[in-house]
Design a binder for this molecule. Structure first.
Ligand code: IPM
Ligand code: MG
Length: 358
């Protein structure tokens, strides 16, 4: 059955890296005769400039009909002063919520050839391979009530961190099952020493552990986990955390690899439809210069093929090609040690050549 893929390049370098992923996708469709229907639409600031909304209705509808969405990045200084409704980031949060993409998988892995780029010492960082499973449609990001009160003295603002047991169970299930497929270790992160919602989170995750006797479950408080990620990141296999803590920890984990331009992510619903985006943002400072690293986006395409499009072996081919690309010494500007690097627009063809010729 044909699968629908929606391409949403968005803003800034999102446009450039998505073009690279589409080049690889077009090649794969031809080479392997894949039955995919591919549509490209604007989102974020680019869509706002075009039609006054960062997430036009047609785009949301197309997203709902897609099996996989490749999402570049959104945002830029040009749109920073807009009301929240109109801001590019709102498109991202609305897509997550409307499509029920509750499970955010954020791998952080190091290519040992690039360990010099990490801010940590080689012996601490080598062989790093962590998966952060972040809850993406609940918690303090979406909790009600929320607001800013400006008609009382003093003025104040508030948000609500709330999780029900079903929300915790479904994200913990994804995390336990991910650990089963990896090294069998799961660390659940919260602030159970302070927050009720965290105590509740811990009790549910602990209760579920008996269903996964092959997974070794530990718990860490979020502040300690942030420290441990820097002190001894290799102690982790899978980390599961709420929306807010997962947001913070995944930035730390990504930075450890020294190259946020290499890391993909997947946001999945319960039937494994999903949105795939690089971990880096729209990077307005380098946008339009043809120097962004498109490997995170190409790697996100690989995750889409694996999780939503039933093409695991083609996904393996992309992952191997990216490894070989790095091992062969090809670099983009962010990971280059000298002036010898490929432009954004040159990377896809190299990856295609490697897939074709090994
Ligand atoms: C992320 C980003 C988003 C988030 C922003 C852009 C709303 O930081 O995907 O990690 O906080 O979830
Ligand atoms: Mg973030």
């Amino acid at each position: 059955m044909s699968k629908n893929i929606l391409i949403l390049p968005g803003d800034g370098v999102g446009q450039e890296v998505t073009a690279s992923a589409v080049e690889v996708l077009d090649f794969l469709i031809k080479e392997y005769g894949l039955d995919f229907s591919v549509k490209l639409m604007n989102v974020g600031g680019t869509a706002y400039n075009e039609c006054g909304s960062p997430l036009p209705k047609e785009v949301l509808n197309a997203a709902k009909e897609s099996d996989a969405i490749l999402f570049g990045a959104v945002g830029g200084t040009e749109w920073d002063n807009l009301d929240w409704e109109d801001r590019p980031e709102n498109a991202l949060l609305t897509l997550r919520k409307e499509l029920n993409l509750f499970a955010n998988l954020r791998p952080a892995f190091l290519f040992n050839e690039l360990s010099e780029a990490s801010p940590l010492k080689k012996e601490i960082i080598n062989n790093l391979d962590i998966l952060i499973v972040r809850e993406l449609t609940g918690g303090i990001y979406f909790g009600e009530p929320r607001g800013i009160v400006s008609d009382k003295e003093p003025n104040y603002a508030f948000n609500t961190m709330v999780y029900n047991e079903d929300e915790i169970r479904r994200i913990a299930k994804v995390a336990f099952e991910s650990a089963q497929k990896r090294d069998g270790k799961l660390c659940s992160v919260e602030k159970a020493n302070v927050l009720e919602v965290s105590k509740f989170w811990r009790s549910i995750v602990t209760e579920m552990a008996s269903e996964y006797p092959d997974v070794q479950l530990t718990h860490q408080l979020a502040d300690n986990a942030a420290m441990q990620l820097v002190l001894d990141p290799n102690q982790f296999d899978v980390i599961v955390a709420s929306n807010l803590f997962g947001d913070i920890l995944s930035d730390i984990a990504a930075t450890l690899t020294g190259s946020i331009g290499m890391l993909p992510s997947a946001s999945l619903d319960s039937s494994f439809k999903g949105m795939y985006e690089p971990c880096h943002g729209s990077a307005p400072d380098i946008a339009g210069q043809n120097i962004a690293n498109p490997l995170a986006m190409i790697s996100s395409l690989s995750m889409a093929l694996r999780y939503s499009l039933n093409q695991e072996s083609i996904s393996d081919k992309i992952d191997t090609a990216i490894k070989l690309f790095i091992q062969s010494g090809y670099r983009t500007k962010d990971i280059a040690v000298d002036e010898n690097y490929l432009k954004t627009s040159e990377v896809a063809q190299k990856i295609i050549d490697i897939i074709q010729n090994g």
